[in-house]
Design a protein around this ligand. Structure first.
Ligand SMILES: NC(=O)c1ccc[n+]([C@@H]2O[C@H](COP(=O)([O-])OP(=O)(O)OC[C@H]3O[C@@H](n4cnc5c(N)ncnc54)[C@H](OP(=O)(O)O)[C@@H]3O)[C@@H](O)[C@H]2O)c1
Length: 239
């Protein structure tokens, strides 16, 4: 099976400019991965890329503004990355949001926003990236689901549906790459509460939350496994 050192890899991290995604981007760039961070807010992405690059004294993180709910913008992201780097080795499906609305008060606007961002957008992005990973005979896809993808919570039914759905989609995707023989691994991270406010190394997470650095360490661990290892869902939460 083709293998590739991290220092020769190109990653797309959706939502890579904030919170958990930013933690992933920092850890990947520190390992020498070129990281395209992609989400809607250009200024947030630019500031994150500048800060990470400055800290590493290297040009490894590149901002790209797009909305994962827009199919045309997904295709532009993928084609521009391929045109520039000829490869997408790692796709981290991290963009996501919740609209708190109980089942009796749920709105079409709310569930469309959640499902289009957390599930439909991921499926479209994977569909665009997959041919390039297959052609290059190498790829890793990491989905950020949630403990809300394993358990139901009354205040966020659409979020739970999207995160359960993401795990179901990932199982089908894993079966697809197994059947086609593609050298592509599919991992799911299912965190409980992650503190995205106290993210500096010296800061303590709030009670009941984990520090974002643990998400980054978990990511680097799963990526370090041998190519023939299937690791399904990583459940990670404060004890
Ligand atoms: N923090 C937790 O406790 C926790 C627990 C379990 C799972 N998660 C999951 O972890 C992931 C990251 O969340 P986070 O906690 O780090 O919160 P966050 O900082 O709010 O990150 C969410 C990211 O998604 C991006 N995003 C939202 N809508 C988008 C769109 N339409 N197109 C492209 N990007 C979009 C946002 O960027 P823009 O606004 O710039 O688009 C943002 O960077 C999410 O999938 C979340 O569901 C979080």
């Amino acid at each position: 099976m083709t293998n590739k050192p991290l220092s020769q890899q190109l990653a797309i991290v959706t939502g890579g400019g904030t919170g958990i995604g930013r933690g992933f981007s920092e850890a990947l760039a520190a390992a020498g991965v070129r990281v395209v961070i992609a989400s809607r807010r250009e200024a947030v992405l630019q500031a994150a890329a500048d800060e990470i690059n400055r800290a590493l004294a290297a040009e490894l993180v590149f901002p790209y503004a797009f909305d994962i709910r827009d199919r045309g913008q997904i295709e532009s992201l993928v084609s521009q990355v391929i045109e520039h780097w000829q490869t997408i080795d790692l796709l981290i499906n991290n963009s996501g949001l919740a609209v708190p609305e109980t089942a009796d008060a749920i709105t079409e606007e709310g569930w469309d926003k959640v499902m289009d961002t957390n599930l439909r957008g991921v499926m479209q992005l994977v569909r665009s990236v997959l041919p390039h990973m297959t052609k290059n005979d190498f790829g890793d896809i990491v989905n950020v689901s949630s403990q809300a993808g394993k358990h139901g919570y009354a205040d966020v039914p659409s979020y739970c549906a999207s995160k359960f759905g993401l795990l179901g989609y990932a199982e089908a995707l894993r079966d697809h790459v197994r059947k086609t023989g593609a050298n592509i691994r599919v991992f799911n991270l299912c965190p409980g509460l992650v503190d995205v406010e106290n993210t500096k190394p010296e800061q303590q997470p709030r009670a009941g939350f984990i520090h974002v650095a643990n998400m980054a360490r978990t990511l680097m661990y799963v990526l370090s496994l041998d190519r023939n290892v299937v690791l399904e869902d990583m459940n990670i939460y404060a004890r």
